[in-house]
Design a protein around this ligand. Structure first.
Ligand SMILES: [Zn+2]
Ligand SMILES: [Zn+2]
Length: 136
């Protein structure tokens, strides 16, 4: 099991398996949520994540566009939230207290990154979202 928690420690969770490497999103919304150049997230199947404490502290903020973020009502840390249309959670990688054994798998929305954002490493970079597999 890999465990994670928010900054104040009131919200705790664990999961058994992630189905992605760490994805770095450089879009303007993720910049505001994280306060830094990009948001680091992994995807975990809904059935494989358990809330250990503080589930009731989860607060959702939704933009008129439907884009949303879930955060701890006490400390403001972003929290795992369900992915629209998928039985999975989007989990902020910075919350993890154990080594998840993952690497950065790719960078998305590089086309709208901040002017001061310098992307290091060999992971693939995509102008917008991840292209769908099987399409040219
Ligand atoms: Zn908290
Ligand atoms: Zn984003």
């Amino acid at each position: 099991m890999t465990r994670g928690s928010c900054l104040c420690g009131a919200v705790r969770f664990e999961y058994s398996r992630a189905v992605t490497q760490v994805g770095m999103c450089h879009c303007s919304q993720c910049r505001k949520v994280s306060g830094v150049a990009s948001n680091a997230t992994i995807v975990v199947p809904e059935a494989e994540l358990s809330w250990l404490a503080g589930e009731e502290l989860r607060q959702v903020f939704r933009k008129p566009s439907g884009w949303s973020t879930t955060f701890c009502r006490t400390c403001g840390s972003p929290l795992p939230q369900t992915l629209p249309g998928a039985a999975a959670y989007w989990v902020p990688a910075g919350l993890l207290d154990d080594d998840p054994g993952l690497r950065i798998g790719g960078h998305i929305f590089v086309g709208s990154k901040a002017s001061w954002d310098e992307i290091a490493g060999e992971a693939p970079q995509f102008e917008a979202g991840i292209p769908r597999k099987g399409k040219a």
